[in-house]
Design a protein around this ligand. Sequence first.
Ligand code: ZN
Length: 283
Amino acid sequence: MFRAGIPALLLCASLAFAAPLAAQATPVAPATAKVHAEKAPKPPTKDELTEDQASFLALVSREHPLDPANYKPKDLRDVANSGHELRKDASAALESLLSAARKDSKSLVLLSAYRSYERQVSLFNGYKARYGTDYATRISAAPGTSEHQLGLAADIGLSTGQCNLKECFGDTAGGMWLASNAADFGFIIRYPSDGEKITGYKYEPWHLRYIGTDHAKAMAKSKAGTFEAYQATLLKAAKTPKAPKAKPKPPTDAQVKEQRESLLVLRFLPPYRDWSTGYDFGR
Ligand SMILES: [Zn+2]
């Protein structure tokens, strides 16, 4: 019905509501994340994976909505004077990424980053009014289920506007650079081309999710094609119970008897008590 002629706005589209802002307004520090030491990521706890929405490994999707729905991260920072915010670490990492892209002659711009619950309500209602609820649900995250609300997701485009928020972005030189280099800065392509059955969303080569450099690199090396799959392997490892402590064996009847007898003997071995208080075998 509505498929023909509808731009690939999808879940993170916001171009209809906000003009793209160039992220290179201010020169930023050279890419430091590139020299990040290779090391195995610290194993996360189960809480970090399933309960703590402030964790860089928090999973947010239709099946895993934010709680409370109007959750707002505490450490939002502007990204390179773009007017878009991300959480502090993600903001610094994205500035490094954009700077490194410029050095490689790729003019990437930040199109959208943190979106509040209220902003998502407004976006979603706009899509519903235009396309009806069914289609709106397919192209946009319902309020409280958008990864952008975590302050860890960013939509990247080209300064030329070519293929912005469209699948063909993945085939541009900038899109390919992003796919190859994002992990060095702690980002993953959250909705890969063959991941719809697992992620619930179509291919979005422009949508980055920050999970930290160690995990982004570990995920790239792993066989997990999606964040869901990577998160599941971490969760499985976190759930693995430690080897149970060997339970002390209960004493045998003979041991109990022997112990009782030795105690009884002690009672009669002076000097072991204050004789003035008399005997008290009941103690
Ligand atoms: Zn997005």
